[in-house]
Design a protein around this ligand. Sequence first.
Ligand SMILES: Cc1ncc(COP(=O)(O)O)c(C=O)c1O
Length: 365
Amino acid sequence: MNVPFLDLKAQYVSIKQEIDAAVGSVLSSCQFVLGAHVKEFEENFARYCGVKHCIAVDTGTSALHLALLAAGIGPGDEVITAANTFIATCEAISYCGAIPVLVDMDEKTYNINPKLVKAAITPKTKAIIPVHLYGRPAPMAEINAIAKDAGLVVIEDACQAHGATYKDRPAGSWGQSGCFSFYPGKNLGAYGEGGAVVTNDDAAAEFMRLLRDHGSKQKYHHDAIGYNYRMEGLQGAILNVKLKHLPEWNRLRRAHADRYRQKLAGANLMLPPPDDDSQSVYHIFAVQVDDRSRFQDDLKEEGIGTLIHYPIPVHRQKAYAHLTWPSYPVTERQAGRIVSLPMFAELTDEQIDHVAAAARRSVDL
Ligand SMILES: Cc1ncc(COP(=O)(O)O)c(C=O)c1O
């Protein structure tokens, strides 16, 4: 049996008629950049996240960049984030001339460790970016309390957490801004690049809208040096269709995670943390094993795709070799042990059982 890591085709086939109609409607309207479809998506996604504003952009990285600029982050400022994130979180900080200050992860949750956040605050710290890694919200109540005490802005990197909740409130609605990526493989994925910032802050929303479109509110009138971070009309229309299906897709992902848990109970590997205040939407189902390369080879032989999120932590990347880093023991240890199993809404029970059986055979040898 073949179980790919991700099957985007299966999802397209299941909603083909709706998608094809939406694409056709953009083509006949010729609103290829921003326009009515993007506006409609902004309204729908803001509602979905329980906030006032959504600013649709071209990527999650641009979303983070705009959110940081709207928070007034600039050269020399320090921004605290998770050591085990995707590099884009740090790149956005660097684009502002600010310095990423990494904090080790909590061993059990894969999220930033709030105790270490507190210890990393200096007079230069201006913001914290908790990352809802793998679709599981970081402990936002604790992080917001720390930020409030220290007078810091919180920007959520919710790029992997569309529809996840913390204490029943949507990811993205806890900070000053929440940033999302609609990269095709995400729980809510475009058919190309896409991103968005959501916020309840009217002034920040207006500033981000201005900056995403060359600093312009009115064509050829430029109030600021901005960027071309606009979302394409096709992506807006496609995301509008897919957003309607997202609650069901997330429900299925959560059910698949439960089935993996049942089938892997007692096996010699570490499972992702169960829900507590944080309710995951399982963008990634990452387990930890002792001998990862053998594990991946064993699964590959049984037709199963796996990936690693992420094999080299940001502070070990060449791109960040110019900064001096302490060690991050938990992040470094888990970077050599984590492996992500197939996870997408269209997975069948038989496929999950096949993956779990192969995983068990590999680790329980
Ligand atoms: C945690 C995290 N932050 C930021 C990004 C950047 O998003 P994008 O690839 O849309 O720029 C991603 C996407 O891969 C991500 O997973």
